[in-house]
Design a protein around this ligand. Structure first.
Ligand SMILES: [Zn+2]
Length: 138
């Protein structure tokens, strides 16, 4: 499994809904996004610890360099994790706003009919009343 693919994060709506249903897919997206937020916070504090070690002038030059490299690495991880957190959260919310059936008002109970990957459009059908609509993932 490629860790950078959409499959790893369960990000593709059609696959996630087909496999787990929309509500479970949405829940997993929220859990994943909040795990990234936690990683961002921990990395931020590790970055601060690295910077503190770097600014401590009593330490040896080699140790200070390691502290600086640690701070830079943790800062990069914190930025990536925060970006991923915001992306997953905003995307999940945007898709959740489109999960209501316009005919019967049922929330999140639909199955996937087709998917247009280049356009990132998913044609879905309500399980309750068979109304069809398109969910845009952009
Ligand atoms: Zn319906």
């Amino acid at each position: 499994m490629n860790i950078l693919s959409d499959h790893y994060f369960g990000a593709r709506l059609a696959d996630g809904v087909t496999k787990h249903g929309f509500r479970k897919w949405y829940e997993r997206q929220l859990l994943s996004s909040h795990a990234h937020m936690l990683l961002a916070l921990l990395s931020f504090f590790a970055m601060l610890a690295g910077l503190e070690g770097f600014t401590d002038t009593t330490g040896a030059g080699g140790e200070r360099l390691v502290d600086l490299l640690l701070a830079l690495a943790c800062g990069a991880v914190a930025l990536w994790a925060m970006r991923r957190y915001l992306y997953l959260l905003m995307r999940a919310e945007a898709l959740a706003h489109q999960a209501n059936c316009h005919e019967c008002g049922e929330y999140g109970r639909f199955h996937v009919l087709s998917e247009d990957r280049p356009q990132r459009l998913t044609q879905v059908c309500c399980r309750r009343c068979d109304h069809r609509w398109t969910i845009a993932d952009n």
